[in-house]
Write a protein that binds this ligand. Sequence first.
Ligand SMILES: *Cc1c(COP(=O)(O)O)cnc(C)c1O
Length: 405
Amino acid sequence: MLKNLLNKFRNRTSKSYQEPALMNAYARMPVSFVRGEGVHLWDEDGKQYLDALGGIAVTFLGHCHPKISEIISLQATRLLHCSNLFHIQEQAKLGEQFCRISGMDKAFFTNSGTESNEAAIKIARLYGHSKNIETPTIITAHGSFHGRTMGSLSATGKESLHKGFTPMLEGFSQVDYNNVDAVAAYADNDSVVAVMIEPIQGESGIVVPDEGYLQAIRTLCDQHGWLLIVDEIQSGMGRTGKWFAHQHEDIIADVVTSAKALGNGIPIGVCAARGKAADLISPGSHGTTFGGNPFACQVASNVIDIIEQQGLVETAANTGTFLKRQLQQKLGTHPKVVDIRGKGLMLGVELDQKYDNLAVKFLDQGLVVSVAGDGKVIRMLPSVLLTENQARQVAATTSDVVTGL
Ligand SMILES: *Cc1c(COP(=O)(O)O)cnc(C)c1O
């Protein structure tokens, strides 16, 4: 009797989630969120969490932003989908908005980050073929993450993610990140058509290259006629204190991909291009059924409006600086902390080693973060709604958890 009761209690406290019909694609943490508002999430027991992850850089405007929820409801009663066989006004408008903030000329809308990079890869190959380069090569970086479909996976510079999926696509060469010479070494290689780079490597643990790196890559691309493709899927949409992280170096790319925060939770991605790269896709050469539908575009259009009207790019810069300073104050001299880095609201705290169940220990304390960089980096990608008090709370909890390791 008592044993039964104890077991029942145990089952309640250490929940097991029954998901027999789901493929085992994710190592999920033992919590299930049922509601979100602003920077907070609630689990099924009503426990409140401060969300410093934002669904991995997605909910930049916070969970269930009232204006976005209103737009979602409105557009859901107007038109969700009609196909790209027809003109879509919401898409045309969003294209203009996105090109304005990214400095690009033309946009192609997708449903995800990886699809946005697929479009970029196809543009780079079209560009190569337009110059009679039969086997176009794209230079990417070791440690990079560009997505899970076969093209963007082949671009991704992490051997561990290729495992079990070879052969990879041909036409990619990986070089060390943050090493200009490694790219310059391809100067005489006639097959190179593009350099594809994350301005800050996200999945690798918020790896920020030296100042001047992206400028130097831009110069090399100009000298050799290569396209500069920046993957702003995680770092874009205002998060780092500029609309796009490469803009910190005052450069303009040839192709910009983005996704995550673009729809604040509604799936949408984009590949935008400039100059010669903007005119390579033609009817029949690329397309998508869902991509750029009226619903997703209406939402993304309003996301950009809100960020712009409320000056949230600058807020991200300020709040990010504040949060980083709090982390430095609390953890800067901690023996287990190796580095605190990042720009704006894209921050990482690197620890001296990998710790098991690190993110779960944060969950226990009511703080949502993720772990990147092979288990050593606490990654924070909070919403721009984070207040200074909440930033203090993030730093204090992080300090508590790290001290308890
Ligand atoms: C998340 C991410 C992707 C992949 O985006 P999905 O929407 O998951 O396909 C690609 N590149 C970077 C830099 C990312 O952070």
